[in-house]
Write a protein that binds this ligand. Structure first.
Ligand SMILES: Cc1cc2nc3c(=O)[nH]c(=O)nc-3n(C[C@H](O)[C@H](O)[C@H](O)COP(=O)(O)O)c2cc1C
Length: 502
């Protein structure tokens, strides 16, 4: 489904019961974030929803949060796909990006505030960790451009408001936004930047994925949306911005200057410390009439940023294993909702085809991602169902032989467990049925009797339920395994199971 803009998407979110409007007046300096925090702290994932604050103190703008990342169901709605198709969608669009379409004008330019009139207090930027964050931060889709190739990049970066027209830009040298800044800075030139707030959901989802350098997020967003993203040239910077964005802040990154960014509530769950950052001067703010300010709620997990980064990271990891490393029997990857969707526990679902295959895939993933603990399971396991995972951890992992510890990994700088050199470790658990071992049958009745009993259940006027996919998966997988010798790998279980389309 191609949502034209954020407003079009909000309508669908509301129709699906996943958006709540707040009519009472709220204070953006604490109340917006603290109320939004309860979505994650007070509700189980399947009952979470996005929030739209319609009466925000000091502004006529509405403020939305958790709009694309309240839960996996909401993320799927933003993608316009059922939750079980999230990976299929990402794997398809990464191979078939769609270029944006440049248009002459767009709603984002309905109102233009020129440089001399810019005052950032005009925007209702919430303070996300009240009494701990010293300054509010705009976290949105930050668009930069490589000076020489002209290729644009969009990353979701934190922009801390330092004065009425100055903003620090939280990127480090590993980030493409920073590399684009450097492509100008080495020539002593200011780099153009545009921060798009409140775009069609595909743009938000594409820009929170760590795509390979040279892959323009707008092309991926177009493929996610199902039609080209309409873009319009900025009013004061040579950057193409989403034409249907609610608000865009344009500016020029100072080629040499640094400014202190105050510590901010970080996505891994702890407060960050102050640091010197590159910064930009705002050259214009443009917006639609009656704009909606959209701010992601991040900080302590679970949060919106954990959800959207986690979903993108697990899909990217899946894509890389299959397309870059030829691991065709990997069927799914799931990441737990901790540590910003980055340092979490990843579970890989696959069919090992030879002894040691599961460990190999676990080690590969440990090398190419920040994931800290990696469990590899067979395709008979529902990797998003904690009880199934506990079952295989406790039954199929022999700590003496199936655990690999990788030490001396250069780890993410915010990992609280890393040592003074910046090194950390990783843990890999092989929770697959091992080739060469013999295992007995599953102690559930066979599928045909369970399915017959489902009919009896319905006849008996008992409470209704849908058969969970994991039950069918588990029954089918074990039945197939017993049909083949040696747990099926060499006799073709891998391909058979894949043909079952799990
Ligand atoms: C809500 C949210 C906030 C983020 N904040 C930052 C940030 O301040 N700095 C940063 O480098 N990455 C941040 N990220 C992660 C990046 O946006 C993400 O990894 C992105 O893909 C980086 O793109 P790049 O590799 O093109 O620079 C954030 C992600 C989300 C979802």
């Amino acid at each position: 489904m191609a949502y034209k803009d954020l407003r079009d998407y909000l309508r669908v979110l509301e129709e699906n019961g996943k958006l709540r409007r707040v009519k009472r007046q709220v204070d953006p300096s604490w109340e917006v974030s603290c109320m939004a925090r309860w979505i994650y702290q007070g509700f189980p994932e399947d009952r979470r929803f996005g929030l739209l604050f319609e009466n925000v103190k000091g502004t006529s703008m509405s403020v939305g949060t958790a709009l694309v990342g309240a839960s996996r169901d909401v993320y799927a709605l933003a993608l316009g796909t059922p939750p079980e198709k999230i990976h299929d969608t990402w794997l398809r669009v990464l191979s078939q990006p769609l270029a944006p379409k440049t248009v002459a004008s767009g709603p984002v330019h309905e109102v233009v505030i020129p440089k001399e009139k810019v005052d950032l207090s005009y925007l209702p930027v919430p303070t996300w960790t009240p009494e701990k964050d010293k300054r509010p931060c705009i976290t949105a889709c930050c668009i930069t451009r490589d000076r020489d190739s002209g290729v644009q990049n969009i990353g979701t970066y934190r922009c801390q408001v330092q004065s009425k027209n100055q903003i620090t830009f939280n990127t480090n040298p590993g980030r493409q936004g920073y590399q684009n800044y450097e492509s100008y800075a080495v020539h002593g030139e200011p780099a153009p930047v545009a921060v798009a707030i409140g775009c069609e959901p595909a743009v938000h989802l594409a820009t929170s994925a760590a795509l390979p350098k040279g892959m323009d997020e707008l092309h991926v967003a177009g493929a996610l949306k199902g039609e080209p993203i309409e873009v319009v040239r900025g009013k004061t910077v040579d950057i193409l911005v989403p034409a249907h964005a609610e608000i865009v802040v344009e500016g020029l990154l100072h080629p040499t200057g640094r400014m202190v960014e105050d510590g901010f509530g970080e996505f891994l769950g702890y407060m960050g410390t102050s640091a010197d950052r590159i910064w930009f001067e705002v050259t214009a703010i443009t917006h639609r009439r009656d704009p909606i300010y959209y701010g992601y709620i991040s900080q302590c997990p679970p949060s919106e940023s954990t959800m959207i980064q986690g979903q993108a990271n697990e899909c990217m990891a899946h894509w890389q294993l299959v397309t870059h490393f030829g691991e065709q029997t990997v069927t799914d990857v799931a990441l737990t909702q901790t540590h910003g969707g980055m340092l979490g526990h990843a579970v890989v679902q696959m069919t090992p085809m030879y002894p040691g295959h599961a460990k190999r895939v676990g080690r590969l993933l440990a090398e190419i991602t920040h994931f800290k603990i990696i469990t590899v399971v067979d395709t008979g396991i529902d990797i998003r169902y904690q009880q199934h995972l506990d079952w295989v951890h406790n039954s199929l992992v022999n700590p003496a032989t199936d655990v690999t510890i990788i030490d001396d990994c250069f780890t993410f700088f915010m990992d609280p467990s890393r040592d003074e050199r910046g090194m950390g470790g990783k843990l890999i658990l092989d929770a697959t049925h091992k080739i060469g071992h013999s295992y007995t049958d599953l102690s559930l009745p066979p599928k045909h009797l369970m399915w017959k009993a489902y009919e009896s259940w319905q006849d008996a006027d008992l409470p209704a339920f849908n058969i969970p996919q994991r039950v069918e998966r588990s029954l089918d997988w074990h039945a197939k395994r017993l049909e083949c010798s040696d747990n099926g790998r060499f006799a073709g279980l891998g391909t058979t199971v894949r043909r079952l389309k799990y």
